[in-house]
Design a protein around this ligand. Structure first.
Ligand SMILES: [Zn+2]
Length: 305
């Protein structure tokens, strides 16, 4: 039985509808456009199919990102039926500095609605260092700390993210230009350093991807006690080559495996993710990789009674 530590069930209907081989900014563009063209019925149908596929392939625990509040209903049912344990992170994505606190409050309001009567673990997911602001990140970190909840953040996925945050330029910056707050300035540091400066790195932080990390980043993640989820299928889907799994494990950083969504992966089968992780990291023992996806590791995220 497996724990899938990162998915976006709401994007399941996009499976097979986004072309491969796009650069990350073009992929984002295609994702937004295809999402807009997808009907509510298709989204609901995609979520149902995705949950069935996960359960059929041995996933019994899942961490999912709740953006539009569509998958939370079916997930609540799956938890109630005893077929899945769920950690639901409420996504916060806001470019405008003056709407940051409001965005965090909205995510908090969803929490009460989702957890009522069902034993589902909840947390917050400021989307990434490049789709949020310093105010938002600090506010989300504060709320999560007060509530002893986890933060899940996409971080250091591509080198263009570092380029944007360090120097305020590059392909990602150009793509996001129309959305950025008019007063946005690059923090002048890489994504991991920036998250740390905003109080977002701690023992209840789950960083998604971490493909583009240097020595200093690894040390910081380790010293703060943060965890990382790597997504082998998504990694291969984008044709990326660097995969620092062995380095993270060697430092004793808790690492998990996730599928990410069907918008950047061909399947939600965790057995396949284990195989792909083995192919990407031939220096790491298969048993070690299997353990990263073991369902018992879901307990790491469950608050003590
Ligand atoms: Zn993701």
């Amino acid at each position: 039985m497996y724990f899938n530590a990162h998915c976006h069930l709401e994007l399941s209907a996009l499976g097979g509808r986004i072309p491969r081989g796009l650069s990350f900014p073009h992929w984002l563009e295609s994702l937004v456009r295809t999402k807009r063209e997808t009907t509510q019925d298709e989204i609901q149908e995609g979520i149902k199919r995705a949950i069935n596929r996960m359960v059929d392939t041995g996933t019994s625990a899942l961490a999912d990102i709740n953006s539009a509040d569509i998958a939370s209903g079916p997930l609540r049912t799956a938890v109630g039926d005893g077929i899945l344990q769920v950690h639901l992170y409420h996504e916060i994505l806001k470019f405008e500095e003056d709407k940051a606190n409001e965005a965090v409050s909205e995510a908090m309001a969803k929490q009460h609605r989702d957890s009522q009567g069902v034993d589902m673990v909840e947390g917050l997911s400021p989307h990434s260092p490049y789709t949020t602001t310093g105010t938002l990140l600090r506010s989300a970190a504060k709320v999560a700390t007060e509530r002893h909840q986890w933060l899940c953040i996409h971080a250091a996925e591509i080198p263009e993210e570092r380029e944007m945050l360090l120097h305020g330029r590059g392909a990602l910056r150009d793509f996001l230009s129309p959305f950025l707050d008019p007063n946005w300035k690059p923090p002048g540091m890489g994504p991991i350093q920036w998250l740390d400066a905003c109080g977002c790195l701690g023992p209840r932080t789950l960083l998604v991807h971490c493909n583009d990390i240097n020595e200093e980043d690894v040390n910081l993640i380790r010293d703060r006690g943060a965890s990382v989820v790597v997504c082998p299928g998504s990694h291969i889907w984008f044709g990326r080559d660097a995969f620092p799994l062995a380095r993270l494990i060697a430092e004793g950083i808790p690492v998990y495996l996730g599928t990410d969504s069907l918008a950047s992966n061909d399947d939600l089968d965790m057995g396949r993710e284990i195989q792909l992780a083995c192919e990407l990291s031939p220096g790491v023992e298969e048993d070690t990789i299997r353990h990263l996806a073991d369902f018992t590791r879901f307990r790491d995220f469950v608050p003590a009674p």
